[in-house]
Design a protein around this ligand. Structure first.
Ligand SMILES: [Mg+2]
Length: 374
């Protein structure tokens, strides 16, 4: 037997924290985000060390919902309580075998176990993931789908604040000519150089997305997830000749392989809760390194814990493979940890300190919605 300390999980505590956007966020098909519940998990051990996880599902965006997290954790309690959290993947394998699917709930657990393992080792999560390769990460700024002129003004402000990558939400008014104006005016507002891409969040038809793409193909523009299926996105890519970023359709190894074979994955959004946490995101990251696909490393929504988890994965990846990251915590309030990283000059760095390097303020968490003990 080894002489290493044998950590065991003694408690699971879950809080619900409503996160409100600084600006209401409009997307295709009339979908909006104003206030969204984030679920915050603490995993306690018999060594006095705890790990923190977070998942903030948007039910109209992916098959996940915040109220599904507590029952999933109750279902997994027999596996987790008394289990060995250090090393993460062995226990997560047991979780995935005990409760199939529900990657969004598994994501919060997986993130907390990485935080715990890092704290037990006295190392940041990016070191456990292979070492620090990119300390200073480029951010993108996402612009809500409103009038084209107003979006161009927001793009100018973002550029002035140092942002060099602009995501333009499209399709909220189901007007393809307005989407052309959005892309043209934002491109004009930021000038040549910065990356500009238009994201429909699956909300366009093949025909409309192709018309938009053809109308702007004299410009340096990337398209993102125009339609609901990989085949449609591939058709739009080949009809427009514009590079394509995938998001909603890329959520596991199978979908990444298929997207690569279809030739429509110039870039991809790797979101923690789509894949099931840091462990699964690392596998996806390594596959995309092999494909030569640029990665946006982030999560659906959330605040300081989800942001930190994604920053650790991105920071342990080669700089040339990272398209960008997202400061989710910068779009919403309240902040869980006032000392967590914030954007500076269009860039952000992972937190310092062991584990994820962020600690929630108990006053922001309030009363837990679930508390389980071994
Ligand atoms: Mg997207």
């Amino acid at each position: 037997m080894s002489n290493y300390p044998d950590y065991r999980i003694t408690g699971l505590t879950l809080w619900k924290v409503p996160l409100t956007s600084h600006e209401t966020y409009y997307m295709a098909e009339g979908k909006t985000c104003a206030t969204v519940d984030s679920m915050i998990l603490r995993v306690d051990t018999d060594h006095g060390v705890s790990g923190w996880g977070e998942v903030c599902p948007i039910p109209h965006y992916l098959p996940s919902y915040a109220r599904g997290v507590a029952p999933a954790i109750e279902e997994l309690a027999p596996v987790l309580l008394g289990g060995s959290p250090i090393g993460v993947e062995a226990l997560m394998k047991a979780c995935r075998s005990h409760l199939l699917g529900h990657p969004y709930a598994q994501s919060a657990i997986d993130i907390a176990l990485w935080d715990l393992t890092g704290k037990a080792c006295g190392l940041p999560v990016y070191t456990l993931l292979g070492g620090l390769q990119s300390a200073d990460l480029p951010l993108y700024h996402s612009i809500t789908c409103i009038a084209p002129e107003d979006m161009a003004d927001i793009a100018k402000d973002a550029l002035a604040a140092g942002m060099r990558q602009i995501q333009v939400k499209l399709g909220a008014d189901n007007n393809w000519e307005a989407d052309v104006a959005r892309l043209r005016l934002v491109r004009e507002a930021v000038g040549e150089g910065p990356l500009v891409y238009g994201d429909w969040n699956c909300g366009s038809s093949r025909l409309d997305a192709t018309r938009v793409g053809r109308a702007v193909r004299d410009l340096d523009i990337m398209l993102e997830q125009p339609c609901a299926t990989l085949e449609e996105c591939a058709a739009v890519r080949s009809a427009t000749g514009l590079p394509m970023k995938l998001d909603e359709n890329a959520h596991d190894t199978t979908s990444l392989l298929k997207a690569y074979e279809l030739g429509c994955m110039d870039a991809v959004a790797l979101k923690l809760s789509k894949f099931g946490g840091i462990s699964e995101l690392r596998r996806a990251r390594d596959l995309c390194l092999h494909f030569g696909t640029k990665m946006c490393v982030e999560d659906t929504w959330g605040t300081d814990i989800a942001t930190a988890a994604a920053l650790h994965v991105a920071a342990s990846s080669p700089a040339q493979a990272v398209l960008n990251v997202c400061d989710l915590s910068g779009y919403v309030y309240p902040r869980l940890d006032p000392d967590a990283p914030t954007r500076s000059g269009g860039r952000i760095s992972p937190p310092a300190g062991p584990g994820l390097g962020v600690t929630p303020n108990p006053a922001v968490l309030g009363e837990p919605v679930l508390s389980l003990a071994a």
